[in-house]
Design a protein around this ligand. Structure first.
Ligand SMILES: [Zn+2]
Length: 131
């Protein structure tokens, strides 16, 4: 049996998508990312943040080494940027459908992401501006 080099097509596409997302968010002009119109349809329709709101700004700030702003824009921005950069630069494991670090790490990230989103949603709902 010979192991094929590289992961599944799905894993390679995910890695390519991660690379484009990292480069796009980092290379986009900061003034455009900060002052541009809100692209999020959820926020535009409801005024409330979706789970990914602030991620582009967070990655953009991280790309400029403004880590405090990155964390303020999205608490998981640095983690997700590191993960996306890792995926984009690593050859997926043979036969993998999800690039390493694998499903357990993704599950932990998903749980953290849900917790962060619920906290941000609660803060938005309780803020005086939302009333
Ligand atoms: Zn959003």
């Amino acid at each position: 049996m010979t192991a094929s080099r590289g992961g599944s097509e799905e894993a390679r596409q995910l890695a390519d998508l991660a690379g484009f997302a990292v480069l796009g968010a980092i290379l986009a002009p900061a003034r455009l990312v900060r002052a541009g119109p809100t692209a999020c349809l959820v926020r535009r329709a409801t005024g409330l943040p979706c789970p990914a709101c602030g991620l582009t700004r967070s990655w953009n700030a991280a790309g400029r080494l403004d880590l405090r702003r990155s964390l303020a824009d999205h608490p998981l921005g640095l983690v997700t940027l590191a993960l996306a950069a890792y995926w984009a630069t690593r050859e997926p494991e043979a036969g993998a459908t999800v690039p390493a670090p694998g499903r357990a790490a993704l599950a932990a990230l998903a749980i953290a992401w849900l917790g962060v989103w619920l906290a941000r949603l609660r803060a938005a709902l309780l803020s005086p501006a939302a009333r």
